[in-house]
Design a protein around this ligand. Sequence first.
Ligand code: ZN
Length: 198
Amino acid sequence: MQSPEQNPEAMKAAMAHVRALLSFIGEDPDREGLLDTPKRVVKAMHEHFRGYSMDPAESLGRTFKEVDGYDQMVLLTDIDLQSHCEHHMVPFVGKAHVAYIPDGKVVGLSKLAKVVEIYSKRLQVQEKLTAQIANAIQEHLQPLGVAVVIQARHFCMCYRGVHQPRAWTTTSRLTGVFLENLATREEFLRLIAIGRND
Ligand SMILES: [Zn+2]
């Protein structure tokens, strides 16, 4: 996705569609309070969907090996996640927990959060988002295993449809030792349970 400044024609076209939506819901797009709304919506969309112009290979491609043989779990918990469901284009928000067990290669810790950002700033379904994060880490680091758990609330379920504002959706993807070794899986699940009373 190009920035609004990079492609003024596309921005104009998108703004015209926002105006049409405002008319569709019964509004007057020319009233004072709404005059700048199309521009604001398009700019906000650029922010919400910036993940399309980001490549996980850039974040995960820079690995390092100098870790004195560290071969235990690397775990980043409570990564804030804001995404949009591809069925209704409304937010789903929550947290991601990402772990891997290195096989010689590690990556900067912030890169794990970056991968969550890259895939969540696109239109998504939570199941696919979970798999994409795990697959990207598996592909680039080739670790002994990856574990990704996402817990989120979906606005399309909170404020429309079944109206379940307190329901959490949990998805997980485990590979390698997290799948095969019960002790490793239980250690991961115990560690992500810390501080989970919010
Ligand atoms: Zn939805």
